[in-house]
Structures are given as structure tokens and as C-alpha cells.
Design a protein around this ligand. Sequence first.
Ligand code: SF4
Length: 296
Amino acid sequence: MNGLGEIASGGQDVHVTHLLPHPVIGGSFDSPVTPGVGWPDDPYVAGARPAMTPADVCEQAAGGLESIDAGVSVCRACPRLVTWREKVAVAKRAGFSDQPYWGRPVAGWGSEQPRVLIVGLAPAAHGGNRTGRIFTGDRSGDWLFASLHRVGLASLPTSDHAGDGQRLIDTRMVAAVRCAPPDNKPTTLERDTCAPWLNAEVALVVPYLKVVVALGSYAWDASIRSFRAANVEVPRPKPVFGHGASALLTAPGGREIVLLGSYHPSQQNTFTGRLTEAMLDDVLGRAARAGWPDTR
Ligand code: SF4
């Protein structure tokens, strides 16, 4: 059911379209958004086929970044997550009922030759799953982008919608799992099904990377698995996650990449004071300085 809502009428379902304008560019979009119809930064390219199985994901993750982003944007390999993301996109949340919802997987975003890679868990149901851009349109994104701007890694202090002019500076942002999961908890099978997308993306950006920031322990572990898959040496025993934790990874050829840990800027952490703005600025500032050691 793509772009259709259902209302009960006389015992029968009646399908009605809910085409709505994008908050920045206007127009008329269904929810979930049909690939390639003009959504800002839609990475879909004509001919990209939806991966339907884990084997499809492995096969399609073999291309370059553009091909990976396009493949991610139409992936359907996790039935539970496909159902959930599309159900949320149709139902929407009060306050966003006048907006179309992306309702598709959220691809990596930012520089294709990043010095800094930021890894999160998964898109939020009413954040990235609504806007189509990672950490965009929710409280976690508000915190993260404000801090990224303060330390010089984002051009604007806010990230509200795709197409809003926001730009990451020599930085790329990815999620370990590319679809919004119920309760923010992907299953192990879903995590492993999605991992080839992350692994492939990490392998492609390793030559440029100086720093990786893992937001939360889930992203920390996913990062370590993906860097090992990309033949980047990670110390053993496995470095332990914590806010401000760090480890030195060794890329092929001996170049060092710094892995930094930060508590995730979830409301659970920011509302309780477990993560403060100063704490987040400290970690992201270290990332910015490590990415540009000669100039900052
Ligand atoms: Fe595809 Fe990953 Fe979404 Fe699963 S979570 S459907 S593998 S993009």
C-alpha cells in the first residue's frame, strides 16, 4: 500500500490518496515516497532494484557509494522493518500529519571522502523515517547538529528537513541499521541483514578517514565489526565503549584511524543529563581536531 490510506466505509475498505507537500520544496508526495519523484537528496537512481533477501543485500552492496545509496533507498530485505516503516509513514504522528513521510530506508549522508564518520543506530520513526535524512527532524538530531555546528563539522546548527541547506563538512553520517525499527530495537537478524550496506560503505571511505565517532554502544560494536570486515585492524580484546572512550584502529598500510565513543544523543540521555552539550561538544570537538590536526 504505497501512498494510500484506508478508511472503513460500509464494511468495505476505501483507498484514498494522501499526497502532501514537502515542507521545504512543496510539490506533492505520497507516503512512503515513491523513488525518484523529486524528494530532496533522494539517492535512488533509475534501475535500482529492491533487495528482497540478505543475499540480495550482499550482492548489491558490491558497488560504489552512489550505487550503495541507491540500493539502500529501496531495500526491502527485512519484512518486519519494511512493514513498520511504511505503517508509521501512513499513520504519521500528530504534529506531522500535514507532511509526507519518507518511509524508506535512510542512506548514508554527507561527504563521499570524509575525514570523520559518525555512526548511529537506526533512523527514528518520526525523524529520519519522516525526512529521509539521518538524524534529521527529531530531538536527537537537534542535539547532534547543534554540536556538529559548534565544532565546525556542520554548516548549520539545525537539521530539520532534507533540502534545508544543511551540509556536513568533510564528514559522513550513517546508521548501522537503515530502517526505523519498532522501539529502536532491530533484531539480530535485521542487524546482520543490513550489515553488508555498512560494511561496504565503511570499506569505501576508509582511505580518507581519520576519525570515527560511534554514538552509543550499539554503533560502537557495529563500527568495530565493519572496520574488521574492511581489513582495518582493531585492538584485541575489543575496546570497551564509554563516553569519551577511544581506540586506535590501523588501516591497511599502517595509517591510524581514531575510534571515539559518545553516549547517544537520545532524549533518554539528554533529558536525564547523562549526556550534556559540553560532553557531546568534547567528543565531537576531539573528532574535528583529529580530522584536521594541522589547522585546528
Ligand atoms: Fe534493507 Fe537494512 Fe532496511 Fe533491512 S534494515 S530492509 S537490510 S535497509
